[in-house]
Write a protein that binds this ligand. Structure first.
Ligand SMILES: [Zn+2]
Length: 300
């Protein structure tokens, strides 16, 4: 079985990269064919909608709401794609050029369709979009346009950094309301803030110099300000490089990213102390014991 923690799961920067790929490769084009090798991947919010109904629709845009991608067509059904833990999207142009993002398995240059390709969308100009998923957690939800907004609202997503409504004052109030809750599991809770997963919470806490188990209500105002700045900063850093590269539990740094996640024993980029890994709330957690001391009061 593929160990989930060994690989970077698609998080906000990876999903935003998929959005940009679909935007470049498929927007403005009509679907001429759909193949699905795994019916469970597709769910329909209205029973009369089927995958075949996508044929003939023109993709007019791709929106992202945290880790949900809304594929807007010029006619119903619309589609919401969630890559969950192991989804990967590849777009192949008629000349063979490809762009890939999401889970690193299969390899980005593997022949397509791969044995784990579960869904294929063919577009009128010869572009093909493939969805791979070795663990088949990904979901494509078909729904009428009238249900897209309610569907996203029902996901109960918190504000997404850098949402301008998530001011430092609002974050301070949100943290104060969570009492003794530990920072890392709290930041992973999509109803608290949306879009941060295991990689980016570790990165944001390191950048903010906060221990993963600090109590939410126990942060001093400068610490809250650091966290407020760090969350959008780590996402903004990862999006241009297409997200994190993690294979077999080891990160390959691109432009100094990631700083701590999947870098156990390697030097902290700030102070050189070896990075520590332990398990917190069931998740592999990486931090620098010097920059992120348990009681606060960073030495750096
Ligand atoms: Zn350090």
């Amino acid at each position: 079985m593929l160990a989930l923690e060994e690989y970077g799961m698609p998080e906000l920067p990876e999903v935003e990269t998929v959005r940009r790929i679909l935007d470049r490769a498929a927007v403005g084009k009509r679907v001429v064919g759909v193949r699905c090798g795994r019916e469970r991947l597709v769910e329909a919010l209205e029973t009369d909608l089927t995958l075949d109904d996508l044929v003939g629709g023109r993709l007019d845009g791709v929106e992202r709401h945290a880790k949900y991608l809304v594929l807007r067509f010029d006619r119903d059904p619309q589609a919401v794609l969630h890559l969950r833990m192991t989804g990967q999207v590849a777009a192949v142009a008629p000349g063979g050029a490809r762009e890939v993002a999401g889970h690193p398995v299969p390899a980005y240059d593997a022949p397509l369709p791969a044995p784990t390709t579960h869904l294929t969308l063919d577009f009128a100009d010869g572009t093909t979009v493939y969805l791979q998923d070795p663990r088949h957690f990904a979901r494509l939800t078909l729904l009428p346009a009238t249900l897209v907004e309610p569907y996203i609202r029902e996901r109960n997503l918190g504000p997404e950094p850098p949402d301008p409504s998530l001011t430092v004052e609002r974050l301070a109030a949100m943290l104060a309301a969570r009492g003794r809750a530990k920072l890392k599991p709290l930041l992973l809770d999509q109803s608290f803030v949306a879009g941060l997963g295991n990689i980016y919470v570790d990165e944001a806490l390191h950048l903010a110099r906060l221990h993963p188990e600090r109590a939410a209500a126990g942060l001093a105002p400068p610490e809250i300000a650091r966290l407020h700045g760090a969350m959008p900063a780590v996402l903004a850093e990862a999006i241009p490089i297409g997200g994190a590269r993690i294979h077999h539990g080891k990160a390959t740094q691109v432009a100094g990213f990631p700083r701590v996640h999947a870098r156990r024993g390697e030097p902290c980029p700030t102070c050189g102390t070896p990075i520590v890994k332990y398990t917190l709330a069931g998740r592999g957690t990486y931090f620098c014991p010097q920059c992120q001391p348990p009681g606060g009061k960073s030495q750096v």
